[in-house]
Design a protein. Structure first.
Length: 325
């Protein structure tokens, strides 16, 4: 079922519901974005299953229609929510980004808590230096560096430095109360271990960015596209580097079955096409996130942020400004 069909049901939203969409909290928006994608997946699965059954069914058609209508209602709410925000409007100006992805970005990214593009990359799971520790490893690290309760500032700093964490954010995360719970009075070793063993990035945001990257790839031939063409350029550079043996050291670390297609590439000191595709897409997503942070920071502070270290000092010849800004 296409978006035009979904829009038919969306037109029936009451004025009160439309107005309420402008005042959604970030938590409510996160819920609706997640629910939208769940409904979308369920509709596609049920549609495929319905087509496999023999003969027409008014009940099957009715269920599919109701699913599409509710999906359309939620999409309209996210459309209103994202269009009611200047950063959301900028995101929607980018070909490949619709109201749902724009709403998801707004709901999951708090510019006030991401001081630079690197912090946003970490939040989205695009910092390869950030490790997710097991409970066992977290216990070993904390027991080695912390002597007793409560944890001192010096000990917290030692743990943060060892594990590549920001000590201020690390403490704030550890002291955040559980849902419907009371905030802890002191930072204990057990709290520190539990926090260190938590996933250090936003899993829902990472999935959203994956969807965003797929969208950029799909719109690369659109005349108004920007990031899809960036992806193509990056993929070509990755392919040239790969052909010249620039990934040989990385390929040597990969362990896969000898009967797989990927083994042929790794054994030859090359990365397989799927790996090159993923690298190019990941680079494009990180560029978009840098631009998203730039625009959001400028809206919030009235001035652009400091340029990312990787662009100023990391060998790049020029700064790439955000499009449509």
């Amino acid at each position: 079922m296409n978006l035009e069909t979904l829009a038919i049901g969306s037109e029936r939203l009451s004025k009160d519901l439309r107005e309420a969409a402008t005042t959604l909290t970030t938590g409510q928006a996160r819920y609706l974005v997640d629910y939208y994608y769940q409904m979308q997946d369920a509709r596609i699965r049920s549609g495929n299953q319905g087509r496999q059954e023999e003969g027409p069914s008014s009940w099957v058609d009715y269920v599919h229609t109701q699913q599409a209508m509710l999906e359309g209602h939620v999409r309209t709410a996210l459309d209103i929510y994202s269009n009611n925000n200047e950063l959301g409007q900028w995101a929607r100006s980018i070909t490949g980004i619709g109201p749902v992805i724009a709403a998801g970005l707004l709901a999951h990214i708090d510019i006030t808590r991401t001081p630079n593009a690197g912090a946003l990359w970490r939040l989205a799971g695009y910092d390869p230096t950030l490790e997710w520790f097991s409970k066992e490893k977290a216990k070993v690290i904390v027991d080695e560096l912390v002597s007793k309760n409560p944890v001192t500032d010096e000990e917290l700093t030692l743990v943060a430095e060892r594990t590549n964490r920001n000590p201020v954010l690390f403490r704030k995360l550890a002291m955040t109360p559980k849902p419907n719970g009371k905030p802890p009075k002191k930072l204990t070793k057990d709290l520190l271990k539990a926090t260190l063993a938590r996933r250090p990035w936003n899993a829902q945001l990472k999935v959203l960015c994956w969807k965003l990257g797929e969208s950029f790839v799909k719109v690369q031939n659109n005349k108004n596209d920007y990031y899809g063409k960036i992806y193509v350029e990056r993929r070509e550079k990755e392919e040239l580097r790969n052909a010249a043996g620039g990934n040989a050291e990385h390929a040597a670390t990969k362990k896969v079955g000898k009967t797989t297609e990927a083994y042929k590439y790794y054994s030859d000191g090359k990365l397989p096409p799927a790996h090159i595709y993923a690298r190019a897409k990941r680079w494009t997503i990180k560029l978009f996130l840098s631009h998203y942070h730039h625009v959001g920071y400028e809206i919030l502070h009235g001035e652009p942020p400091a340029r990312p270290w990787i662009i100023v000092q990391g060998g790049h010849s020029e700064f790439i400004p955000p499009p449509n800004w």
